[in-house]
Design a binder for this molecule. Structure first.
Ligand code: NG1
Ligand code: ZN
Length: 531
């Protein structure tokens, strides 16, 4: 077939280094950008097949998120804007690792197993972050799409969540919004303005926010959005990419892991600050206390703020909708305790990786999911959205219920439900703080984090570690869990676990305890047990 000849010819321009083996991990393929050209071409092919199979538009995002600038990566986006389904992750790995002369066989194998009609049209949306390697790598994706006769739309520089949003808009015939970057700005900014317009006496101080753009795509995009916000939010942007290196000493991952302010952000005591990561799908907040102490408000604090706000509105609206918070093992023990015991919301724990949290959150009327690192969003079931909308339009209901329903409706519009979104989450947090009249200190005081420490350990082969119970316990190698248990026992309010990273060649160690010294010591002891 002519199509396959085209694939053969074009793939020779994107050759695979012999023997190179890569894995579709927690967030797609991710490694040094020099090793990725063939993977990109092949993901273009696979996205085209996925589009033919689903008869819908598929997304391909070229980014390595919080990884260093030299790395890059790619992830596929399914029709509703969610991460690609696990069975296709397996195909992605097979296709990426097929040696040059085996590529056609691997491709035909997917076509056969999925009974794909090659006559079906295909459409693929492509986006990229600001890494120097992203230009040529996204071109390789497009080459792959065209080699199989697929149609493509190149969105160029967009945040990861913007690309997810476009895919969802396209496949819902505009019901979710317009599949353009401007459409995204308009939808979110209108919802934000609606939410904040009736907040009495919002001062300039309350409207001011410091943003660390991680020298990445989020900085570019939040600048573009600013005019749409009509001064309802006044942003001071740092690490805007004009001089610094992507993610270097800045960005959400640096701030969360190092538990310190990013380089270049000049903050005065009590000022609200936030950091995006390299592809703007994560956000963390922080401020400097009066004694100069650094206070971090991570994904757990964000989930708590948002779920408290939503629960209050549901009560005011008199809507009987079940709300749950989905976390991972990295959630601070204090947050879980607060959510379960004080807030009385359902809490679920899943494996690391947004796809797991997203999936679990879909089981509830309202599912708030956040990883501790600030990656998360809120999902509303179709039935929940309909109930909210009906009440917001019901002129017979009383003012308080109607007001709450309208707030809920605009909140739904402000949230990017396809995936965690730093810009959307930032606007939601700012709106919630304004509506509830809360300062960042008051938000921080909802509960006190247990001191914690995260470490990375280099081992010969991280895959020898196998986990269970949403990664909270190890099943292999033999004796490791017992070793962890015996160390945890020595400390108060302590917890520790280890798991192989899905994005880096390391084992991650997490420990928390009643004091920072204990958390540090426990993390250190457990990392020694991992060797
Ligand atoms: P790994 O490397 O598998 O721990 C990291 C983050 C995840 C997720 C992915 C994708 C931690 C501990 N892990 O995964 O939460 O965000 O990257 O970006 O933060
Ligand atoms: Zn990211």
């Amino acid at each position: 077939m002519a199509q396959f000849e085209e694939v053969s010819q074009k793939s020779a321009v994107h050759p695979k280094p012999v023997g190179l083996v890569l894995q579709y991990g927690t967030a797609g393929f991710r490694t040094n950008s020099k090793q990725l050209d063939h993977v990109m071409f092949r993901m273009g092919l696979l996205a085209t097949l996925r589009s033919k199979k689903t008869k819908a538009t598929i997304g391909v995002m070229v980014t390595a998120s919080h990884n260093p600038e030299e790395d890059n990566g790619v992830k596929l986006v399914d029709p509703m804007g969610e991460m690609v389904t696990p069975a296709w992750e397996v195909y992605a790995t097979q296709l990426a690792n097929a040696e040059q002369e085996e590529l056609l066989t691997a491709l035909k194998d997917v076509i056969e197993r999925e009974a794909i009609s090659m006559a079906q049209e295909a459409s693929v949306f492509v986006g990229k972050d600001t890494r120097p390697s992203s230009d040529s790598l996204s071109q390789a994706v497009l080459d792959g799409v065209h080699a199989l006769g697929g149609h493509s739309k190149d969105y160029g520089l967009v945040t990861t969540p913007q690309l997810h949003y476009m895919v969802c808009c396209q496949n819902t015939q505009g019901r979710y919004g317009e599949a353009t970057v401007k459409g995204y700005y308009r939808k979110l900014s209108q919802a934000f303005i609606q939410l904040t317009k009736n907040v009495p006496n919002r001062t300039d101080d309350q409207k001011a926010l410091l943003v660390d753009g991680a020298n990445g795509i989020g900085a570019l995009k939040v600048c573009e959005m600013e005019t749409y916000l009509k001064n309802e939010l006044q942003l001071s942007l740092f690490n805007d990419g004009s001089s610094g290196k992507l993610n270097h000493l800045c960005g959400a991952d640096y701030v969360k892991v190092q538990q310190r302010a990013p380089k270049g952000v000049e903050m005065t005591a009590g000022e609200r600050c936030c950091s995006y990561d390299g592809d703007a799908d994560r956000i963390v907040y922080y401020y400097s206390g009066s004694a100069g102490r650094f206070h971090l408000l991570d994904g757990d604090k964000i989930a708590t703020l948002i779920s408290t706000y939503l629960k209050e509105l549901l009560t005011q609206a008199g809507l009987d909708l079940q709300i749950a918070v989905v976390q991972t093992a990295y959630a601070n023990g204090s947050s879980t305790q607060y959510l379960e015991d004080t807030m009385k919301v359902i809490v679920r724990c899943t494996k690391t990786g947004v796809k797991h949290l997203h999936h679990a959150a879909q089981e509830f009327d309202i599912g708030v999911y956040f990883e501790a690192n600030g990656h998360g969003t809120v999902l509303f079931s179709k039935a929940a959205e309909e109930k909210i909308q009906k009440l917001a339009q019901d002129s017979n209901t009383n003012d308080e219920r109607r007001r709450a329903a309208l707030l809920l409706q605009n909140t739904v519009n402000l949230i990017n439900q396809t995936v965690g979104d730093a810009i959307s989450d930032m606007l939601l947090i700012e709106a919630v703080l304004a509506i509830r009249g809360m300062t960042v200190q008051q938000w921080d005081a909802i509960y006190t984090d247990l001191p914690n420490r995260q470490l990375k350990v280099k081992v010969a082969d991280r895959r020898v570690i196998d986990t269970t119970d949403a990664e909270r316990r190890t099943v292999s190698p033999a004796g490791l869990q017992e070793a962890i248990d015996s160390r945890v026992k020595k400390y108060r309010r302590a917890r520790s676990f280890v798991r192989p990273s899905g994005t880096e060649d390391v084992v991650r160690v997490y420990a928390e305890a009643d004091t920072q010294e204990s958390a540090d010591a426990l993390a250190h002891e457990v990392s020694l047990a991992v060797y």
